[in-house]
Write a new protein. Structure first.
Length: 350
């Protein structure tokens, strides 16, 4: 198979290149700067990989860059401003598509805009193929299998350590800060709404005796989960302490002065915990837990495996949630050797 990487010269893109090289998958690097493409290919051990020049603002060049490939992995954020152009070009080039976005409103726009186009082209589009959305969406499906019809799913994201965000992630934060401060979308009674207060102000996390203060947060699985589960209410949360950090003003100059992203040593110290608390319509409760290391490294593994599975075993064409595109338990088990642990457990009635 042949996979094109757009945004190959960015921090996340270079990690994706390294994962493709590790798995010996033929790779095409696509971007606008030939010198940076050369440097990224060399750093990833892909000196013989093809480079193709394209800019997100040039549809014809993008289509040409993707033509002849089986899939596209888009790592070029902020996706809110440029992602749709890359999706459109991938579909026009008859390529399956995944991206590493975590921008909730962008993910919803991809579902709203490209469903019919991707279906007609016979390709699958899976946005938000990252460390958070994919395992959480898959675990949500397994929770629903256990509970049956679901009244509510609340997801909580907690990340500790790791040396901070990459420049690309910070630019995405700046571009979507209004949605972040508003708490993002909530799925409620068959539709997505904004500005809905969080139902929970604290969550007891695995390994902690004290409840952790939380805040509403625009996670992507709020968009994806209701597409494959009968559920009335879905909302995402994160630690309230993150809100204080996001109140620090960020200018382009400040972001540019920071390191490109956390170094490998810092990434090794990072741990993420994603918790799904589900309540069935019969009031039975269950909890899903996904834990692992290194959000950026895990995203690279997930993005490459997501694209690979679309190519070797395509789902029904269209824009798909992870659980619509992949077997949930099989994909989660694939992640086990990469340090990701997951469990679905019943919660005793109180």
């Amino acid at each position: 198979m042949k996979i094109a990487v757009f945004g190959a010269t960015g921090y996340q893109g270079k990690l994706v290149l390294a994962e493709l090289a590790r798995r010996d998958i033929e790779t095409v690097l696509a971007g606008r700067d030939p010198a940076r493409l050369e440097k990224a290919a060399s750093a990833a051990g892909l000196r013989g990989a093809e480079r193709r020049l394209a800019d997100a603002g040039d549809h014809a060049a993008l289509v040409s860059a993707f033509r002849g490939c089986d899939g596209v992995i888009n790592c070029a954020g902020p996706f809110t401003s440029s992602g749709e152009a890359v999706v459109r070009a991938a579909i026009a080039a008859d390529c399956h598509y995944v991206d590493t976005s975590g921008e909730q409103l962008y993910v919803k726009r991809i579902f709203d805009t490209f469903a019919a186009e991707a279906e007609s082209a016979g390709v699958a589009v899976v946005p938000a193929a990252n460390d958070g959305c994919v395992p959480v969406d898959l675990a949500a499906h397994l929770l629903a299998d256990r509970l049956g019809p679901v009244e509510e799913i609340i997801t909580t994201h907690v990340v500790a350590g790791g040396g901070g965000m990459s420049r690309g992630s910070l630019r995405s934060v700046v571009e979507t800060i209004d949605a972040i401060k508003a708490g993002g979308l909530v799925y409620d009674d068959g539709d997505w709404r904004s500005g809905v207060p969080a139902r929970h102000t604290a969550v007891t996390l695995p390994g902690r005796s004290e409840a952790t203060p939380v805040m509403a947060f625009p996670v992507s699985e709020v968009v994806t989960i209701p597409r494959h589960i009968r559920v009335r209410h879905v909302q995402g949360l994160t630690e309230a302490a993150l809100g204080d950090r996001l109140n620090t003003p960020l200018t382009p100059e400040i972001i540019e002065s920071l390191p490109e992203g956390p170094d490998e040593g810092s990434r090794r110290t990072q741990r993420f915990t994603y918790v799904l608390d589900a309540t069935g319509t019969d009031r039975r409760r269950a909890r899903g837990i996904v834990e692992g290391p290194d959000t950026y490294g895990t995203t690279a593994v997930i993005a490459v495996e997501s694209a690979r599975r679309l190519i070797i075993d395509p789902p029904v064409p269209g824009v798909r949630a992870p659980a619509q595109a992949y077997n949930p338990a099989a994909f989660l088990d694939f992640l086990h050797p990469h340090g990701i642990r997951w469990v679905i457990e019943d919660v005793p009635a109180t």
